[in-house]
Design a protein around this ligand. Structure first.
Ligand code: AMP
Ligand code: MG
Length: 491
């Protein structure tokens, strides 16, 4: 058999960080999809991975030599309520692989059977949520937003009992780590400061080595995580992404998008948009994601207080100063990104007003978020393209006024229309994983065992900034009857 050179920096931590747990074998594994680009990036052997032995590993039927399967411990605030013990209830970490760029990456089987953290759950995943995570995480990566990746999806040949009986599947997830804010909370909630310290040291060495250099490494760690989260969530906002369950156990310390549950992309722009069926109060609405990320980071800061200073008041003040940097970092990434989306090469003081003016107009006119920016890119070169973008607005009058303001703003820059259009097309995608498309792909797979639509959608989303004329239909927002108003957790 082909060896995978697993390493195990996480399972070299003290025993209380995880529980050794074997995957539970399944009836008859069948490979749905192997991510060849990622296989290559990880330096793995695609021929072996798609052989019977490889598929057995991806399904949890064969634990290869060198793997050291564990379920990690974590806690978390779920919709604001603290749960002291969550942990990997349906995910098993096989180990870490050093990729071609020297980056350490976790390889985890999601849906591989019960673990000591499963509580009432079956430890399994249904096919639909596995495909959803595969599609969304790979689309995110193509949009250049930090994210966990999907290495493979396999069918188990078994069914899982949800509201109905559904085909079961396992996703192989790759992440720079699976450490969450909730991992810190797990130890802090037990008053285990040494546990928090060991975790913080691990995270510094693994993700933020520059924090080790200064004289306050734990404060530098907190500041670095705040920066990474602020940047990540601002990038979600720029892409119209709604995570849907920003519980502290679903926020990666490394700043990657993780735990794709009821997540979705906006069609028409409205900051109050919520898709998740369990988010009744709109806690995780699109427009709330910045404030919620900060709320989560305050929870992280609380866990680090004993490491920041011996004097508690001083520790609190250091943490508060670090947390106070969140807003500026979020705004900087957001405004810089918006300037690019609008084709602005320079910064002017009133740009935020211009940006807000557009977003307000889009909300009032139910304009499609993705297409507005994409079509506006063409308007940067010629007013002949204006009709197309105007057509996205139910009240084109207000948008026409905004267009005039934008034209006067860009006229103060020396770039040609062609240059501006080219730059805009590079940052404004045409293709996003629209909800109705994702649902259609899942329906074909679950109901008809047909994975061709899944393959095709992956192809389209792999090049989101290219005009793929043969796939033009995939760019279209849903018709009213196609709209998906609610998305569900994978559990
Ligand atoms: P999630 O909603 O996926 O972020 O999961 C929240 C918690 O529930 C985590 O501790 C998961 O491991 C656990 N969980 C979710 N689904 C299952 C399942 N089918 N079986 C066991 N545990 C689960
Ligand atoms: Mg989770």
């Amino acid at each position: 058999m082909t060896e995978i050179a697993f390493d195990h920096s996480y399972s070299r931590l003290p025993d209380k960080f995880f529980i050794r747990t074997m995957p539970t074998p399944v009836a008859s594994p069948r490979l749905i999809k192997l991510n060849l680009d990622l296989v290559c990036q990880l330096g793995l052997d695609d021929r072996w991975l798609s052989s019977a032995e490889g598929i057995d590993m991806l399904a949890g039927n064969n634990v290869p030599r060198g793997a050291n399967p564990i379920a990690t411990a974590y806690a978390g605030h779920q919709f604001g309520h603290f749960v002291p013990r969550l942990g990997d209830g349906r995910a098993i970490l096989l180990g870490e692989v050093i990729d071609r760029d020297g980056v350490r990456r976790d390889m985890q089987l999601k849906g591989a059977g019960r673990t000591p953290f499963s509580r009432g759950g079956d430890g399994r995943a249904a096919l639909g949520p596995v495909l959803r995570e595969y599609i969304l995480s790979e689309a995110m990566n193509a949009l250049r937003i930090p994210t966990t990746r999907a290495l493979a999806a396999v069918l188990t040949g078994e069914t899982v009992a949800r509201e109905m009986s559904l085909p079961g599947a396992v996703l192989t997830r790759v992440a720079t780590s699976h450490i969450r804010i909730g991992t810190f909370q797990f130890f802090a909630a037990r008053g285990d400061t040494e546990g928090v310290r060991a975790l913080a040291d691990h995270v510094i060495a693994r993700h933020y080595p520059e924090a080790a250099a200064g004289d306050m490494p734990y404060l530098s760690l907190l500041t670095a995580v705040i920066g990474a989260q602020a940047s990540l969530v601002a990038q979600w906002m720029l892409a119209g992404f709604i995570h849907g369950v920003m519980n502290t156990d679903n926020m990666s310390i490394a700043g990657e998008t993780i735990d794709y549950g009821p997540c979705a992309f906006l069609d028409n722009y409205d900051p109050a948009t919520v898709f998740s069926s369990i988010d009744h109060a709109g806690r995780y609405a699109y427009g709330n994601q910045g404030p919620v990320a900060l709320w989560n980071l305050v929870r992280l800061a609380e866990t680090l207080l004993p490491l920041l200073a011996d004097d508690q008041d001083r520790a609190v003040s250091l943490a508060q100063n670090a947390l106070a940097t969140f807003d500026a970092q979020f705004q900087t990434v957001f405004i810089t990104g918006m300037r690019r989306k609008l084709g602005l090469f320079t910064g002017e003081e009133n740009d935020l007003t211009l940006i807000k003016g557009l977003l307000d107009t889009m909300t009032k006119s139910q304009a499609d978020f993705t297409l507005t920016f994409r079509y506006l890119s063409h308007s940067a070169e010629t007013i002949n393209a204006d009709e197309k973008v105007l057509n996205l607005f139910t009240e084109p009058g207000a948008f026409r006024k905004w267009l005039a303001r934008w034209r006067s703003r860009i006229s103060r820059e020396p770039q040609t229309g062609f240059e501006r259009r080219t730059a805009m097309l590079h940052v404004n995608p045409l293709f996003i994983p629209r909800n109705h498309r994702v649902e259609a792909v899942i329906a074909a797979a679950v109901q008809n065992n047909n994975f061709r639509p899944f393959e095709e959608l992956l192809t389209v989303l792999g090049e989101p900034f290219e005009d793929q004329a043969e796939f033009a239909l995939y760019a279209k927002p849903p018709e009213i009857h196609e709209r998906v108003l609610e998305t569900f957790c994978g559990t």
